[in-house]
Design a protein around this ligand. Structure first.
Ligand code: FAD
Ligand code: DHB
Length: 392
């Protein structure tokens, strides 16, 4: 098999890249080790930045998204029993955020790609990358009981944090910068109408809690838990009790409950691999970096990376120019580090970090500042709705 760009991974990064390349007439094949049903039902992110939505619409991928999404103009920070609204749109010249499940977006991206005759191979096994020092590298993999080789001009490693592409880069090339936080998030999806019109980020003495949603009937909720927490210790009743306590406010408010549809635990981590390229292999999305979920940025960062990669590949195929591919790492890392800082800042401000009263007072002071100063709130809002992408 032969193609121009071999894309490993059918998550948001790999799928959006396949659409961006197709638009420029560049051939690609997407290789995914899970089944289509699995990737289409994997519950993950829910917040799309303003520019992510603009990009998807510009690519003709926004029809269902625009029909079914929830548009939010603000969010709430809840601490010491009081909720304070950050009016995101007012502070950012009218920008909004969009609530739309990542798995719904993945469904749209897969369907649109297959409808256009694009190649996505699901259920592949034993993926391995070879010949990175050669002019045309190869991806070897198993599919339907047979061994295959896909030769390409470039490989895009969009295979997530645990994928094989980053690990295929020779030792000594990459530098990993990492921070692991002493807590995880326990997330649930519940068949229950949202208890609040907007997202609520809550700082509580018992730990962080987040109220989010997917639509008018489905809520998404998260709790800070111990890093090594096991789901068995969290029967539904305990989860609802803890959410009720941490999301409680002095004003009249009630948490709507309902059947739990899905439950999972996610570790909190900041991670960056630099550079994001080795010869003809380019890393994008979670394969290159992880941000703690408090900033709601991972999916958006994955999309931003592949816009830069697509621009570089387009320049290379159309004119032979290599400058944009050469500067891929530098271009991406500017945004990556801004997002790393914002996500770390949100995480540190809202989670229970220790029993140290000094830490607690610093958090409360920061929260009071960000909810009372228009200047501080504008900075949060600007980062939360996201910075524009270089896309044309
Ligand atoms: P992935 O989505 O991980 O896709 C990688 C793909 O590669 C997968 O389909 C995987 O099966 C496949 N793969 C792996 N190994 C191989 C292999 N060897 N061969 C072939 N295929 C392979 N981000 C936000 O922006 N907003 C949020 O609100 C948010 N909330 C989150 C909540 C949770 C609970 C979690 C876990 C994440 C959240 N994120 C959020 C982060 C976001 O989901 C990720 O950053 C995003 O999925 C990254 O996309 P990706 O395409 O880079 O990687
Ligand atoms: C959601 C997830 C996040 O990490 C976040 O910061 C906000 C919302 C969500 O799944 O809806």
């Amino acid at each position: 098999m032969d193609t121009q760009v071999a894309i490993v991974g059918a998550g948001p990064a790999g799928l959006v890249l396949s659409h961006l390349l197709d638009r420029q007439g560049i051939d690609c094949v997407v290789l995914e080790n899970r089944s289509r049903a699995y990737v289409e039902s994997r519950i993950r992110a829910g917040v799309l930045e303003y520019s992510t939505v603009e990009l998807l619409c510009a690519l003709g991928l926004g029809d269902r998204l625009m029909r079914e999404r929830m548009v939010h103009h603000g969010l709430e920070l809840l601490f010491e029993g009081t909720a304070h609204r950050i009016p995101l749109s007012e502070l950012t010249g009218g920008k909004t955020i969009t609530i739309y499940g990542q798995h719904e977006l993945v469904k749209d991206l897969i369907k649109a790609r297959l409808d256009k005759g694009g190649d996505i191979l699901f259920d592949i096994s034993d993926v391995a990358v070879y010949g990175l020092d050669e002019r045309r590298p190869t991806v070897r993999f198993g599919h339907r009981g047979a061994a295959h080789e896909l030769r390409a001009d470039f490989i895009a490693g969009c295979d997530g944090f645990h994928g094989v592409c980053r690990q295929s880069i020779p030792l000594g090339v990459l530098r990993s910068l990492e921070r692991v936080y002493p807590f995880s998030w326990l997330g649930i999806l519940a068949q229950a109408p949202p208890s609040s019109a907007e997202l609520v980020y809550a700082r509580h003495d018992r730990g962080f809690a987040l109220h989010s949603m997917r639509n008018a009937e489905v809520t998404r909720l998260y709790l800070q838990v111990a890093p090594d927490e096991s789901l068995e210790r969290w029967p539904d009743q305990r989860i609802w009790g803890e959410l009720r306590t941490r999301l409680a406010r002095d004003a009249d408010w009630e948490l709507t409950t309902g059947p739990v549809l899905e439950k999972g635990i996610t570790p909190m981590r900041s991670f960056v691999a630099e550079p994001m390229q080795y010869k003809r292999l380019f890393l994008a999305g979670d394969a290159a970096h992880i941000v703690p979920a408090t900033g709601a940025k991972g999916l958006n960062l994955a999309v931003a990376d592949v816009t830069a990669l697509a621009a570089g590949l387009t320049a290379w195929y159309s004119t032979g120019r290599t400058d944009l591919l050469d500067s891929y790492t530098t271009t991406c890392l500017q945004r990556v580090w801004r997002v790393q800082h914002f996500s770390w800042w949100m995480t540190s401000m809202l989670h229970k970090l220790s029993d140290n009263a000094f830490d607690e007072q610093l958090q409360l002071s920061q929260l009071r500042y960000v909810t009372s100063s228009a200047t501080a709130a504008t900075s949060l809002a600007e980062n939360y709705v996201g910075f524009p992408y270089a896309f044309d």
